[in-house]
Design a protein around this ligand. Sequence first.
Ligand SMILES: [Zn+2]
Length: 290
Amino acid sequence: MATTDRQATTLALAHALSAAERGLAVIPLSRTKLPALRSPHRDDPDPVRPPCHGECGRFGHGVYDASPDPARIRAMFAAAPRATGYGIACGLPPHHLIGIDLDTKNGTDSSAALRELALRHLFTIPATVVVLTPSGGRHLWLSGPPDVVVPNSAGRLAPGIDIRGAGGYLVGPGSRTEHGTYTAAPGTAHLAPAACPPALLRLLLPPPRAHHPTPASAGGHGQGLVQFVLAAHEGQRNTRLFWAACRAYEDGIGPALADALVEAALDTGLSEREARATIASAARMTGHRP
Ligand SMILES: [Zn+2]
């Protein structure tokens, strides 16, 4: 048994290192798909404030430990002799990975739900890496733009569709868990994560506030988008600005509204350079010239 465990760990390490060669940041996982390294702060009398995300220099901070550096990956696996798999951190450069987790439990046909979303919102799922899960589910790997934070969500798009974004991780192909092994779907292992279609990306971003501005006039609508940016908290400023700018370009008021959006973004603490870069990226993604 011990030998089997060691072989499983060695195999998981090999798979993790080849993921790292593709620029992906990884952590060792246990058979339960949870991070294999325990928190060094688990016995602290008081929770560390603010919570430690690895500043202490030790391992055991979950996805915050993730790294594409082979030496660090080897060190993590050496400290996790019971690891049988690895997790791939989402949302990090260079791929800014977004995982579309299509579940099959409770009889939901999440693949059909995704096809339906694609028809309704006019996007196609590009050829990309697909990982088959032991329970018959699928993970689609997509790549997001660098200036957008995609949050994790469960069942928000449709029942059975979970999104792994910033702060989340995907179980990597080759991982062994108590339910079986994760494998790359035939013919997809060599692919790079394909760019997330803009129409799908917008579905993944936080919706605007429940109170929608009246779209009666472009002016009123534009003002609503500006308010949406102004109401951004730190951590969602770029995401909100990107979302608002996409809407503006789609609605044909992008160029007219760009300066007002920049003003609003400056108000929330973004730099003008950041704001203009985000708006330019929204213009490109909606098929316009910045
Ligand atoms: Zn720490």
